[in-house]
Design a protein around this ligand. Structure first.
Ligand code: URA
Length: 431
């Protein structure tokens, strides 16, 4: 077998066998297959897709490319929520401390930024001192002690995904159904979680632009999960505009903390409570309605926020940021974007806003780029809001001098209507 023949086969639209997929994943991990060859194969997969069998074999090869985590020594139900990614998606940072405060056990492994979409690991890393790199033993100890750990992929968990994820991030191959299924599900299967809820996003600020593709993605992941005996469900949620108001690492952490204090934006709050209630009811800890009630109590009595603080401190970070978000890093400059006309906001291009945030330095354009945690965008008006000409649409947080291209981009992504526009629904469907 050789990798050039495998690349050519996929380039020509043919299905790969289990042995060929295993050969690629083994060579990728061992380093005998060069990154440029894997990148070419990823592009061929992106362009020609994979059938269900190939997707299953790819997921399997990636799952077993490293260690399988065993969380059986943690008592209680281990739950996880994983998003297919979207602009401004800071849900996990608000949600996981709430469900942990409600009695579920959370050993959450997240990824970094992927293309124009941010990543939870980068967001958590923007908290001063916070480490997201814990050993498996440290994760288990921390979850046993406080009920929650939120980290990046530990040493040898799905090394194949780590490499592929980094290549996809910089080769224009993020939005591919088989590559998303295998990336997300390999990590979920290699972890010992009992209950998984997938947040599958649709809209131009996510990997799946239309809702049908998002549903196909959700069903494909559920099918793989069920074949491995997982208690798994999904919700289809909107990314036709960014989630919440903040885009960019520290800005999103602040918004997640506000949500934990009960002061989050409406759409984020709705998503947090809906996915939390799904996790807790699937885990058999509460009925759906009871879960919503208990989650609200944990926010109102401050227990959920206190748990985030404890987790940050356990992981070496400055937990005081939970009580005082002004301690989070701040950009040197903040500039206002003002409405060029009066009217109802009819559309905000989420993808373009994610790209603008990357231009400011909040994401990576090359694998070796360093992220600037403090930069990003805070929306002051969203779809459905009425604005007068000159009103503030958004604040750009930046460290480099303001560029005209950023202002132009913001104005091109903002669409106006003379007639009222309904704000889009956040949760479209639960599967
Ligand atoms: N999250 C992942 O872990 N992988 C993807 O491909 C998308 C979101």
């Amino acid at each position: 077998m050789n990798i050039i023949e495998i690349i050519e086969k996929k380039r020509d639209g043919l299905a790969l066998s289990e042995a060929e997929i295993d050969y690629w994943i083994k060579g990728l991990c061992e380093g005998s297959i060069a990154d440029y060859q894997s990148s070419a194969l990823l592009m061929a997969i992106y362009l020609n897709g994979m059938n269900d069998e190939e997707t299953f074999y790819l997921t399997k090869a990636m799952t077993y490319s490293g260690d399988m985590l065993d969380f059986s020594m943690i008592d209680g139900v281990k739950v996880d929520k994983h998003s297919s990614g979207g602009v401004g998606d800071k849900t996990s940072i608000a949600l996981m401390p709430i469900v942990a405060a409600c009695g579920a056990k959370v050993a959450k492994m997240s990824g970094g930024a992927l293309g124009f979409m941010g990543g939870t690991v980068d967001k958590l890393s923007s908290i001063p001192g916070m480490s997201v790199f814990l050993t498996t033993e440290e994760i288990i100890e921390q979850v046993k002690e406080i009920g929650i750990a939120m980290v990046g992929q530990t040493g040898n968990l799905c090394p194949a995904d780590k490499k592929i994820y980094a290549l996809r991030d910089v080769t224009g191959t993020v939005n591919s159904l088989p590559l998303i299924v295998s990336s997300i599900m390999s990590k979920k299967l290699a972890c010992g979680d009992d209950v998984i809820v997938l947040d599958v996003k649709y809209g131009d600020g996510s990997a799946m632009v239309n809702i049908i593709d998002a549903e196909n993605l959700a069903r494909s992941m559920i099918s793989v999960g069920k074949q491995y005996g997982k208690n798994i469900g999904a919700c289809i949620t909107s990314m036709v505009q960014p989630l919440g108001k903040a885009i960019g690492n520290v800005l999103e952490v602040k918004e997640a903390i506000d949500t934990l204090h009960g002061n989050g934006p409406e759409d984020l709050n709705e998503l947090v409570f809906m996915s939390g209630a799904q996790l807790l009811s699937k885990a058999g800890l509460y009925t759906y309605d009871e879960a919503v009630k208990v989650m609200k109590e944990k926010v109102e009595n401050g227990e959920a926020a206190k748990l985030l603080k404890t987790m940050i401190e356990k992981q070496g970070g400055d937990g005081r940021v939970v009580d005082d978000t002004s301690l989070l890093p701040r950009s040197a400059m903040i500039s206002e974007m003002r409405a060029e006309q009066s009217g109802y906001i009819a559309g905000l291009g989420s993808r373009a806003l994610g790209e603008l945030s990357m231009d400011l330095g909040a994401g990576r354009k090359n694998a070796e780029d360093k992220i600037d945690y403090s930069v990003g965008i805070v929306l002051n008006r969203k779809v459905g809001d009425y604005v007068e000409k000159g009103d503030i649409l958004a604040y750009i947080h930046h460290n480099r001098p303001l560029e005209k291209a950023w202002i132009d981009k913001y104005h091109t992504v903002t669409r106006y209507s003379e007639v009222p526009v309904k704000a889009p629904k956040i949760v479209e469907k639960v599967i």
